[in-house]
Design a protein around this ligand. Structure first.
Ligand code: B12
Ligand code: SF4
Length: 424
């Protein structure tokens, strides 16, 4: 079958992420015998002619669209990001009768609401590797679609919310052939790579456990190495491990670092760490394997608020982690998330002072917490009547502890003004 895969993300805040999910879909579908073409709309805002041209020339039987972001998750300056996706769907429909299938993290958090909003036909909630080929086979054979786990059909109720999650050793890693980066820019791009899925930490506000499950699944280290080596041979030098917690489980993280170090690929990389459970040996191995920067989402410097967010580390562990990383020359980017349940002016000031004392290379501060369905935060917000009973949360709603309105924003803005290493 001819399948056109479109990455609808045109958002450039924080960084310009290459569409990893779509690359994986392309590899998977090609292996299943389909003819695949990829269209990345990044930098092509409103370029209807490009979509029309691609669709008319390729004549796909199915159009798959990746929906990464719903909104920019920013209470101070909220932006809803589904309108361009709706226009993309409308544009595809204006020149093709192919069914439009959605997927991606944003879609998977709000499947029914997104399908309705952007007017698509079908969607796959969660991981697409098993469900998307199953859907294409069923469409090809004219089979009944209702048995495909995770498939959302417009107008019908979703039978099961998530696609079957595959064992990662059986799933593909990205291919350098499916990045739409010009050859001469490959050495500068940060290629997203995922070595594991799932997170057992269950932070009170986070949608990731619902997306990826609470059990960590890993790709065998030799497969990761093979894929990294293929990228290095194709001219890519920088990698962004998008795993939620690169340091968990520690045994696997160390095995991976050993493998990368031994392969001497001449690459550098960044990753996201859980701020606790980090030891000296792992940090040393990370540095030796080419890690140059980490994201450290400690979110608060108040023990009480860490407890409320269900964080399983202490402020002392955050300090130790930051010191270990700095001691090994790895850049540290910290994150604060202010305004959650129990937050007061005192705990905000405590967090700011704590973050400042860490001497990080960069700090990003978010005020107000985006409420996601199925989280403890949603429960608290509903109990406190912060959101209306019939609100499906597709349009962003934020939790802000009472008493911080009108004070938190100017206080943080003023604080940042005096500290050039901080951003919102
Ligand atoms: C790593 C990450 C980042 C990194 C990106 C680094 C990089 N180089 O890519 C950084 C820190 C920069 C980042 C930034 C932001 N992020 Co972010 N990020 C993530 C995270 C943790 C992982 C993304 C990832 O690569 N996953 C791995 C790939 C393989 O998964 P995937 O793309 O979802 O693909 C799978 C399925 O979705 C499906 N699939 C994907 N596409 C398709 C298409 C079809 C047709 C089908 C059938 C299936 C399918 O199959 C794939 C394989 O299983 C997710 C949370 C999560 N756990 O998913 C948030 C997440 C995507 N981010 C989110 C947000 C909001 C942002 C920011 C807007 C935050 C901000 N305030 O600035 C920015 C926007 C960046 C941008 N310009 O677009 C939200 C999006 C939801 C929303 N509210 O909009 C998420 C879901 C986190 C959350 N809060 O729940 N992010
Ligand atoms: S550690 Fe990260 S991914 Fe895991 S639940 Fe907490 S915020 Fe979400």
């Amino acid at each position: 079958m001819k399948v056109l895969l479109v990455s609808a993300n045109t958002e450039t805040s924080l960084m310009v992420p290459l569409p990893l999910g779509l690359n994986l879909m392309a590899v998977t579908l090609q292996r299943a015998g389909h003819e695949v073409q990829l269209l990345d709309l990044m930098g092509q805002d409103g370029n209807r002619a490009l979509i029309r041209d691609t669709v008319t020339r390729f004549e796909p039987a199915v159009i798959g669209i990746s929906v990464r972001n719903i909104d920019n998750q920013c209470m101070a300056n909220p932006r809803f990001l589904l309108d361009p996706v709706r226009e993309t769907v409308a544009c595809c429909r204006s020149c093709s009768k192919a069914p439009v299938v959605l997927g991606g993290a944003g879609f998977s958090i709000f499947p029914e609401a997104t399908l309705r909003y952007v007017d698509a036909d079908l969607g796959i909630c969660g991981e697409g590797e098993l469900a998307f080929p199953a859907l294409l086979a069923a469409l090809e054979e004219g089979d009944d679609l209702s048995g495909i786990a995770g498939l959302c059909i417009r107008g019908a109720s979703t039978p099961s919310r998530h696609a079957v999650r595959g064992k990662l050793e059986r799933l593909s890693l990205p291919s350098p052939d499916f990045w739409t980066v010009p050859k001469e820019l490959r050495g500068e791009a940060w290629v997203p790579f995922q070595t594991r899925r799932g997170c057992p930490m269950e932070c009170s506000y986070c949608s990731t456990p619902a997306l990826e499950g609470i059990r960590i699944r890993t790709h065998p280290a030799d497969q990761v190495l093979e894929a990294l080596a293929a990228h290095a041979a194709a001219g890519f030098r920088h990698f962004y491990f998008v795993d939620n917690t690169f340091n968990l489980p520690a045994v696997y993280a160390k095995e991976l670092c050993h493998a990368i170090r031994s392969a001497e690929l001449g690459i550098s990389w960044r990753c996201i760490l859980y701020p606790g459970f980090l030891d000296q040996e792992l940090v040393r191995l990370m540095a030796e394997a080419g890690c140059v920067e980490v994201s450290l989402g400690f979110e608060s410097g108040s023990p009480d608020i860490l407890g409320n967010l269900n964080k399983k580390f202490s402020v002392a562990e955050v300090r130790t982690s930051a010191e270990l990383l700095m001691g090994h020359g790895i850049r540290t980017m910290g994150f604060l998330l202010l305004g959650g349940p129990g937050e007061t002016r005192e705990t905000v000031l405590e967090s700011l002072a704590f973050a400042d004392s860490l001497r990080l290379d960069a700090l990003k501060i978010t005020t107000g917490i985006r409420i996601y369905p199925g989280t403890r935060l949603e429960k608290a917000a509903r109990q406190e009547d912060i959101i209306a009973k019939d609100d499906d949360l597709l349009h962003p709603r934020f939790y802000l502890a009472r008493g911080l309105e009108g004070w938190l924003e100017p206080t943080v803005d003023q604080w940042i003004k005096e500290r050039p290493y901080c951003t919102r």
